[in-house]
Design a protein around this ligand. Structure first.
Ligand code: ATP
Ligand code: MG
Length: 552
């Protein structure tokens, strides 16, 4: 700033100085030149008059003003007399413009510059009475010469001007800059400075407000986005073009086992090296969205990778991780179920087909036919039971054909079921009783009947003679509890967690004897789930089993 002010002051001052000097020298010189011309004219007139009157030696006239050169030239141009030089050595002056003009019209004038242009000679010629030409010349400094002669003074003045300009510039710039340096930029309108700064400060204040408003909006948007990202159950990771993590939400940190102190900027490879994942990230970086399955800590995730496009260029990649463990497990159990169903159906069908073939081919003795027919009947009954259970389960899976929920009185239902099992129990020598007071639940009667039928069926089936089965309705911690307790063979601890799985049987050979399919408890678990009820199993091998259904 100081330099710029200094430069403009110096430039203005130098220009002003030079112009003034030039104007002054020029004007004065003009006046001075006019006076010389006039003087020459007067002098020439005097000398010519003198010559005409006295015919004296010319040197007499020239001695009055020796600084002027006087020359007398004959009409043919030869020099007759010269006050400065020996006239005999001088060349013809016939072609000098002032001489020509004087011969022709009586007077002539001319001005000629020296070689260096620093001097100028003014000539004045006048014809004498005898036809000669008298010429008087005066040599003076030219304008340039005059100017050059005052140049040192001008330079000294210029230096003085420069020094003064520097001081003024420093002072002015300090006066301009200092208030600016001391401005309170946080509160622009609070400053008391010179008027020229007012528009700037007003604009700054306006921009301050705008920036503050934009910052607030940005912070709010950022907070909203953060809240959404952090409350998402899905894992979300934002990568830049070089696969560096720009942002990672809490769920993704948990999935990838990243610490809370994780600093963004790390490469994706530092948290995961799964080949499938890296492949979909690479594809997304070239603009193609994709997905992959990622097993992680006994859970299954589906990861979606999408390119982030801006102006049709990939700027980064978004990774979204969904926990599909439940769906994956369901899928696996469905596959397992189908395989089991095929196997379970094949076994009775194979033996039915075998016995039927023996009878058909006539190999069987007549007296064995009823026994074979009995076996076919038993296997067919097992098949029917199996198909019924499978249908029941698939209905429960699809939650179809359940109808509407209704209040179900449990005590009459349990008594009715007990009545049905009584003959079997009595035949086995097992005591069967129902205890408790009336209780009603909101549910599907068919399903509840199926549930308790299966529990009572198991209790009677797995209790040897002399044992007892007690069905009890009670209240437990404010919840309705219906338990089926037996004093039967019990379930070993290692099997307890599995008996609710489809087709799971503790003792396969025994189950086969009793005609069990291994679907009973699976139906119980499912039916309880439909009623938001909890199933608890307590069992001691050799002592007995209690299965409780707790309703909400
Ligand atoms: P299904 O009931 O389908 O005809 P199942 O009784 O064998 O066949 P589940 O009712 O699902 O099948 O029972 C699974 C297994 O759990 C049984 O095979 C049996 O080994 C064991 N189990 C179930 N209830 C009892 C019980 N009250 N006492 C002892 N073991 C039991
Ligand atoms: Mg059963």
């Amino acid at each position: 700033m100081t330099r710029r002010i200094f430069r403009s002051i110096v430039l203005t001052a130098v220009l002003a100085l030079l112009l003034t000097s030039a104007l002054l020298v020029g004007t004065l010189y003009n006046v001075y030149e006019d006076r010389i011309s006039a003087e020459l004219r007067t002098e020439a007139a005097y000398i010519v008059r003198g010559l005409d009157m006295t015919q004296d030696d010319l040197s007499y006239f020239t001695s009055f003003k020796p600084q002027n050169r006087v020359t007398l030239i004959a009409p043919d141009g030869s020099v007759l007399y010269d006050s400065d030089t020996d006239e005999t050595r001088m060349s013809s002056h016939a072609q000098r413009p002032e001489v020509l003009a004087a011969i022709e019209s009586g007077t002539g004038e001319a001005t000629r510059y020296s070689d260096t242009l620093s001097e100028v000679t003014i000539y004045y010629a006048r014809r004498t009475a005898d036809g000669n030409v008298l010429r008087i010349a005066s040599t003076r400094s030219s304008v340039l010469g005059v100017f050059l002669s005052v140049a040192p003074q001008i330079i000294v003045m210029l230096l003085a001007v420069a020094a003064l300009s520097l001081l003024i510039a420093q002072h002015s710039s300090r006066q301009i800059v200092q208030p600016i340096n001391e401005l309170n930029l946080d509160e622009p309108l609070e400053n008391d400075v010179y008027d020229e700064l007012a528009p700037l400060l007003t604009r700054m204040d306006k921009q301050h407000h705008q920036i503050r408003q934009q910052m607030q909006d940005l912070a709010r948007a950022h907070a909203d986005l953060n809240a959404i990202m952090e409350s998402m159950r899905e894992g979300l990771i934002l990568l830049d073009r070089e696969s560096r993590i720009v942002s990672i939400n809490h769920s993704a940190q948990t999935i990838f086992g990243v610490k809370d102190s994780f600093a963004p900027g790390a490469d994706l490879l530092t948290i995961c090296r799964d080949a499938d994942l890296l492949e979909i990230v690479k594809a997304a970086q070239s603009g193609e969205a994709g997905d992959a399955i990622l097993p992680r800590d006994s859970r299954m995730y589906r990861i979606f990778a999408s390119p982030v496009l801006r102006e049709e260029k990939v700027r980064g990649v978004v990774l979204l991780a969904l926990d599909i463990s439940a769906r994956y497990a369901a899928e696996a159990s469905r596959r397992e179920f189908t395989a089991n169903v095929s196997h379970e159906l094949k076994t009775p069908l194979t033996s039915i087909s075998g016995y039927a073939e023996i009878i058909e081919s006539g190999i069987a003795r007549q007296e064995d036919v009823p026994a074979f027919a009995g076996k076919i009947h038993a296997e067919a009954k097992r098949l029917v039971a199996l198909v019924n259970d499978i249908l029941e389960l698939s209905q429960l899976d699809e939650k179809q054909g359940l109808g509407a929920k209704e209040p179900v009185a449990l005590l009459p239902m349990l008594n009715e079921l007990a009545d049905r099992f009584l003959p079997v129990a009595q035949e086995k020598g097992v005591e069967l009783s129902v205890e408790g007071s009336e209780a009603t639940v909101d549910g599907y009667p068919m399903l509840l009947r199926e549930l308790f039928h299966n529990l009572m069926d198991n209790a009677v089936k797995y209790t040897p003679a002399g044992g007892s089965v007690t069905v009890r309705l009670s209240q437990q911690d404010g919840r309705l509890c219906c338990s089926v307790q037996d004093t039967g063979i019990g379930i070993p601890k290692e099997h307890q967690a599995h008996v609710f799985e489809r087709f799971y049987r503790v003792d396969k050979s025994h189950s086969k004897q009793t005609g069990g399919t291994g679907l009973g408890l699976a139906i119980v678990k499912h039916a309880a789930q439909v009623h938001q009820a909890q199933v608890e199993l307590e069992s001691q091998p050799g002592e007995g089993t209690t299965v409780s259904v707790l309703f909400h």
